[in-house]
Design a protein around this ligand. Structure first.
Ligand SMILES: Nc1nc2c(c(=O)[nH]1)N[C@H]1C(S)=C(S)[C@@H](COP(=O)(O)O)O[C@H]1N2
Ligand SMILES: [Mo]
Length: 371
């Protein structure tokens, strides 16, 4: 199921290529942006993002977790409470799955007015090969009790947001938690997790926005009631007004991004391209259904033509696409890719505005100067 019709009503804001918001960027936003870096878009060229180029989002501080004394607690409504060491976890079934992660706030900085939070443009994405134990194997070892409705994932990190002090925690319904693709990952691209990506163990929820993939996992708690923690019940909702309870964010809406062609101007990032045929390349993904179409406009979204879409490394990884563009006319051109998935979700040309600035999958606009 998709929410595309609901999302239409949320659409508001400037057309692609229009000048960005003129509101000032605060030092707090700069601080967040420096801590939580994005993936430079030229890294779209790799099937698997080298770990140092993968985007990063950490709400509080990166905790220092000792792998030797580490125990994953599995508790709540279970037949057996567990406290698993990394050795015990690594001795269970092992699975490797390429997964594209994207932050729900990707695109936030292009909203006007801009919600004050991590100011992502388009770059809060990356794809890694995650290796670990299926979550289901651990839940089956513990034995999910009758009447259980949700599974809560608690991180080792703690902080204050909206004046509420809390551990970073998110939940999934028991049905979703038992899906076979859910992973407790201890390796990223064949190496132990880096500290910033959740060492020694994190959850990976393929197809969902990144907030669900809890890093530095401390415990897994099976509950008989819905979890009402801050990051679940308050944050990560699509809300039209402050009072709107909104709808929770879950799966990733489609997005296509292009490797910016040619060479950049240092400050504006405006691209310079030699006249002639330019092969534009990029990636496209959706957490709802496979990508079935990528179109490219070379005139800021007025006319569109189909790109060629290749095979992704897995159902949960981005698909490559390419498009031959004849850059014959000197001057400025706004290049725009647009993705469609098999569930009928199409990227909007106008930004879907909401209070938290989440799920803005409006199209990317790459300004290029030919000649
Ligand atoms: N424990 C914990 N897990 C977390 C977060 C966090 O702040 N603490 N941030 C979440 C968010 S919002 C995102 S987008 C992803 C980012 O994963 P990455 O930093 O490995 O790219 O981690 C998620 N898991
Ligand atoms: Mo995020």
């Amino acid at each position: 199921m998709t929410r595309s019709i609901e999302r239409e009503d949320l659409t508001a804001g400037p057309p692609p290529g229009a000048p960005g918001s003129l509101e000032g960027v605060s030092l707090e936003e700069v601080q967040l942006a420096a801590r939580n870096h994005g993936m430079p878009l030229e890294a779209l060229r790799y099937d698997l993002t080298p770990p140092g180029l993968h985007y990063l989002l950490t709400h509080f501080d990166i905790p220092d977790v000792d792998a030797g004394s580490y125990r994953l607690e599995v508790r709540g409504n279970v037949e057996r409470t567990l406290a698993l060491s990394m050795e015990e976890i690594r001795a269970m079934d092992r699975v490797t799955l390429p997964v594209t992660l994207e932050c729900a706030g990707n695109g936030r900085a292009k909203l006007s007015p801009r919600p004050a939070s991590q100011p992502w443009l388009n770059e809060a994405v990356g794809t890694a090969e995650w290796t670990g134990t299926p979550l289901r194997a651990v839940l089956e070892q513990a034995g999910v009790g009758e009447g259980a409705v949700e599974v809560v994932f608690t991180g080792h990190d703690r902080g204050v947001q909206s004046e509420i002090e809390h551990d970073y925690e998110r939940s999934l319904s028991v049905d979703v938690a038992l899906r076979p693709e859910m992973l407790l990952a201890d390796e990223m691209n064949g190496r132990p997790l880096l500290p910033q990506h959740g060492f020694p163990l994190r959850l990976i929820v393929p197809g969902w926005y990144g907030m669900t993939s809890v890093k530095w996992l401390r415990s897994v708690t099976v509950q008989d009631e819905p979890f009402l923690g801050y990051q679940q019940a308050v944050a990560y909702h699509v809300r039209r007004t402050e009072d709107d309870p909104g709808t929770p964010v879950s799966r990733i809406f489609p997005r296509a991004l292009m490797i910016p062609p040619g060479i950049p101007e240092f400050f504006s990032r405006l691209r310079r391209v030699e006249p002639g045929r330019v092969v534009l390349r990029g990636r496209a993904w959706s957490g709802w259904a496979p990508i079935v179409r990528v179109e490219v406009s070379a005139d800021g979204g007025t006319t569109w033509a189909d790109a060629t879409v290749g095979e992704p490394l897995s159902r949960y990884a981005w698909a490559p696409w390419e498009f031959a563009w004849d850059a014959d006319v000197a001057g400025r051109h706004d290049l725009v890719p647009r993705a469609t998935d098999a569930a009928g979700n199409v990227q909007p040309v106008l930004p879907p505005w909401n209070v938290d600035g989440v799920t803005n999958n409006m199209v990317q606009v790459v300004a290029v100067l030919v000649g």
